[in-house]
Ligand binder design. Structure first.
Ligand code: AKB
Length: 317
């Protein structure tokens, strides 16, 4: 059985991915790390250690000591936060990835790496509807530039050193367990919390801003599917396009109103509007479908029902 390391286990993706990985590999084989404490089930359900991926010496010791075979490197500064501290965000996003790629190159036991990219690798000159896998990429955010550079490094390490690195260009991710922090698509999580807590929400994007979004169970399934795919089936070593539902704040508002009729929304776009306006409306993930069979199961209606129910339970407990 492989030993798996998850970096960023306290985050929006990590806190849910770990649960699924433990089901597959067994709790003792999933080594979770972060610079902050994760939710109690992650802390108590298997090995956890505070670890900073920027510290390359600590990182390599951890990997060798625990005989790690697969690494999921999920730590990153997201688009909104990165615009506030551009040079720091660049350093964190790039240096952490380079540390992982170097370890994978040096340590033979490390067989596979997962690193998330994002729709942020696209920019205002990219075709916005059904954005193809291969297209113009001129991102205008620090986050997007770091993800695009990261993709090129992943491809380079695969071709030059045979490092088996796998990646997805996540759209906005919607989930109830752990809230995201500092992203442009975060409104699509906040809106559910505020609908339940306050019955009203002030949205930092305009009502008609269309972005591709994915419900977390679909994102986790796609991530594990990609990591379990036969190496020979993978034709993309930068990062696979991953689709989702194309939705606007207004559509989410209307869907929530079916459950909470009095829910009101006010639109007050901030600096994140320009970021959202530079990203695709929808993404073509045909290559991922053909290569390893990705598919989405949740639409806005089904997701809204689950989000409201689960957040209500969480706030009650
Ligand atoms: C963000 O909004 O920064 C992220 C992303 C789309 O990568 N959720």
């Amino acid at each position: 059985m492989d030993n798996i390391m998850v970096i960023g286990a306290a985050g929006q993706i990590g806190s849910e991915l770990v649960v699924e990985l433990r089901k597959i590999y067994g709790s003792d084989h999933v080594f979770t790390t972060d610079i902050k404490q994760p939710p109690p089930d992650i802390m108590e359900g298997g090995p956890f250690q505070i670890l900073d991926v920027m510290d390359d010496k600590q990182l390599i010791h951890f990997i060798i000591r625990n005989k790690i075979n697969q690494i999921y490197h999920l730590a990153a500064v997201l688009s909104g936060n990165a615009e506030k501290l551009p040079t720091q965000a660049w350093k964190i996003n790039m240096d952490s990835l380079m540390n992982i790629l170097e370890v994978a190159k040096m340590v033979d036991e490390v067989k596979k790496i997962f690193w998330p990219s994002s729709i942020a690798v696209f920019g205002p000159t990219t075709p916005r509807i059904n954005t193809p896998q291969l297209t113009i990429q001129e991102p205008i955010t620090v986050y997007g530039i770091s993800k695009l550079a990261g993709e090129r490094w992943c491809d380079y390490y695969f071709n030059k050193y045979g490092v088996d690195v796998r990646s997805l260009r996540y759209p906005g991710l919607i989930s109830y367990k752990t809230e995201p922090g500092g992203g442009t698509t975060d409104y699509a999580v906040e809106i559910f919390y505020e609908a339940i807590r306050q019955g009203k929400y002030e949205c930092f994007l305009g009502e008609g801003t269309t972005l591709p979004m994915l419900f977390m169970p679909d994102a986790i399934k796609a991530t594990i599917q990609l990591m379990e795919a036969e190496r020979s089936r993978l034709t993309i070593r930068s990062s696979y396009n991953l689709g989702g539902m194309s939705i606007t704040p207004d559509q989410v508002h209307q869907e929530i109103r079916k459950h909470i009729p009095g829910f009101t929304i006010r639109y007050n776009p901030d600096f994140r509007q320009a970021i959202a306006d530079s990203w695709p409306h929808s993404v073509d993930d045909t290559i991922a479908r053909v290569d390893w069979g990705v598919e989405q199961t949740y639409d806005l209606k089904k997701m809204t029902e689950i989000m409201l129910k689960e957040i209500q339970n969480k706030l009650n407990s």
